[in-house]
Design a binder for this molecule. Structure first.
Ligand code: GLN
Length: 450
């Protein structure tokens, strides 16, 4: 009730929720109380949280930030939603996001932009901007996001919270509206690594309904928290500290690395030589997969349908023209082009080959170091409306998208604030990366930042 009150008072300004489910939340809270009275309590019983509006929820609208799905109510729950319900959590609602998770600022939402709680003139990051802002503003203690190219880590960094993108395949994608299926992963966003660990333990695991989920036991992600970092080998990729990095971010990240040295870790410079190919490769592969995934929105089975179609083609064309926003249309056109006959080898196939090299960079470097550290984003949160052309927005993703191309896990941890104008007082995130399935170690390292 107290959090619903906070949402009521504050979210008119922040716009972090698309749907608030007050009634069902109070009922779920009552059920959790009754279960507790019976002695039936788990670590997440009664925990209030929020879900990015990309997770299918039975009986509650799942818009994916779009006009296309503004009228869509899923007949089933996503696997992670099912798991969180079974763990006794209480969902307060669905959070705002860039349309179909395409964006880095939450300005592409059909429901309007989200404001950064630290500075209302700044963006919260994207695409999980609503989840990040809701946690940062204390509207919920934790939320779920998804990350295809940085959408958990970058908004976490911009809003001063902790966000983890798990290893590809660690968390089921069943019931999550697909953006780029070979890159999408769901993960926790919360105030601390410990809270992220709790949530990850609840949502991770194999799922027969997602053929890309990995059949591998789920560790207790809290059990390694606090393990000594003495002897930890940290690599700083030199490509992550180059041109375009805001000095305020550079300073905060290097100071954070010193904290780990004081805890007994050793630091060395390493190289990920194919880093500069990550943005071009991602912006071929992600739109290609998106154009294919979004072909299902045809105005026939579900989603927006235009009024009085003349015939089937008119129905398809007008439903899609009206239902999709500008950025989504741009990606559909790019993806359709790069997958078309005559261009496939030059773009899509080439991008997949580059992806392999990027992945190999990480595998090679993890032969020598345990974790990598660097910035989550080249700048602190920028002003709403500041990035008008799409390419300047895509460049925001420079430090996050290679991680999805490689399938490895990454966590963003708040390590300070910008001390210089015009971003003074806005949070800065340290990104920590590890090999596939190194989530226990990443969470432990993140946990010990102080
Ligand atoms: N900003 C990237 C994009 O627009 C990543 C988004 C995401 O991770 N969903 O594609």
């Amino acid at each position: 009730q107290s959090l619903l009150g906070r949402i009521d008072t504050l979210d008119g300004q922040l716009n972090s929720f698309i749907t608030v489910t007050a009634e069902s939340a109070l009922a779920a809270a009552d059920a959790a109380d009754r279960a507790r009275a019976r002695g039936d309590v788990g670590p997440l019983s009664g925990l209030p949280l929020a879900l990015k509006d990309i997770f299918c929820t039975r009986d509650v609208k799942t818009s994916c930030g779009s006009k296309m799905l503004d009228n869509f109510v899923s007949p089933y729950d996503a696997t992670v939603v099912e798991k969180l319900k079974a763990a006794g959590t209480v969902s307060l609602g669905k959070t705002n996001m860039d349309e179909f998770a395409m964006g880095s600022s939450n300005e592409n939402s059909f429901y309007g932009p989200v404001k950064n709680p630290w500075d209302l003139s700044a963006v919260p990051g994207g695409s999980s901007g609503g989840s990040a802002a809701a946690v940062a503003a204390g509207l919920v203690p934790a939320a779920l996001g998804t990350d295809t190219g940085g959408s958990i880590r970058q908004p976490a960094a911009f809003c001063g919270i902790t966000g983890l993108k798990p290893t590809y395949g660690r968390v089921s994608r069943y019931g999550i509206v697909a953006y780029a299926s070979s890159l999408d992963q769901a993960g926790p966003m919360a105030r601390s690594a410990e809270d992220c660990a709790l949530l990850l333990s609840a949502i991770a695991g194999h799922d027969l309904r997602d053929s890309t989920s990995v059949a591998r036991g789920v560790p207790d992600y809290q059990s390694e928290l606090g393990t000594s970092l003495s002897g930890l080998k940290i690599g700083l990729p030199k490509e992550y500290f180059g041109e375009g990095l805001d000095p305020a971010v550079d300073i905060a990240v290097r100071e954070a690395v010193k904290v780990y040295e004081s805890l007994g870790a050793s630091v060395r410079e390493v190289s990920l030589p194919h880093t500069h190919h990550a943005i071009p490769a991602y912006y071929v592969i992600a739109p290609a997969e998106a154009s294919s995934n979004l072909s299902r929105y045809d105005g026939v089975r579900f989603g927006h349908r235009c009024a009085t179609p003349a015939d089937l083609i008119d129905l398809y064309e007008r439903s899609r023209a009206e239902g999709f926003g500008e950025e989504v249309k741009r990606r559909i056109m790019i993806g359709t082009h790069t997958l078309s006959e005559g261009f496939f080898d030059a773009y899509y196939k080439k991008a997949q080959q580059v992806r392999r090299l990027i992945r190999q960079d990480f595998l090679d470097v993890f032969e020598d170091v345990d974790v990598l550290m660097g910035p989550a984003s080249p700048t602190p949160a920028f002003d709403l409306g500041a990035k008008k052309d799409p390419v300047s927005m895509y460049l925001q993703d420079i430090y996050t998208i290679a991680i999805n191309l490689a399938g490895i896990p990454g966590i963003s941890v708040p390590v300070g604030f910008s001390t210089s104008r015009p971003t003074e007082g806005r949070p800065i995130g340290l990104q920590i990366l590890g090999p596939h399935f190194a989530e226990p170690q990443l969470l432990n390292v993140a946990h010990q930042f102080q």
